[in-house]
Design a protein. Structure first.
Length: 141
């Protein structure tokens, strides 16, 4: 019985090392959204809408918006009177712990995290320039 308990604890530890659902990173992510002029001057007061297949969220810049993670990219549109709209395609990236799910968990954790979105992340800071369309990826400024 003691061996079974020890084996169970080891297995649970291994499975939880990669699973975003179990490690508490969750299905939501907080993003900072800022808007700028073409001259790279801070431009507060733009209304931004963020959308992916999990929902839509709004905020007025500068803002912090909690979005639901997804394997789909996030589409952002910011508008302010007197300026052309800013649009961004924010690329969803698979988090590194997803691969731990596959290796250590036999794929069960990977399936759960894929289905609830916790296996993915967006860049935490979104800088949009009014009048421009852009793609924002992890590691870009």
């Amino acid at each position: 019985m003691k061996d079974w308990l020890s084996l169970s604890l080891v297995a649970l530890t291994i499975l939880s090392t990669g699973c975003s659902t179990l490690t508490g990173e969750g299905t939501s992510q907080n993003l900072s959204v800022m808007t700028y002029t073409k001259e790279d001057t801070d431009l507060p007061g733009a209304k931004c809408e963020l959308k992916n297949d999990e929902g839509s969220w709004t905020g007025v810049t500068p803002t912090s918006v909690m979005v639901h993670r997804s394997n789909k990219d996030l589409m952002v549109k910011c508008s302010k009177e007197g300026y052309q709209d800013a649009r961004a395609n924010v690329v969803s990236k698979t988090k590194s712990n997803m691969w731990g799910n596959v290796v250590f968990g036999g794929g069960v954790g990977a399936i759960i995290d894929h289905n609830n979105g916790s296996a993915y992340q967006y860049p935490p800071v979104l800088k949009l320039i009014m009048g421009q369309d852009t793609t924002i990826k992890e590691g870009t400024k």
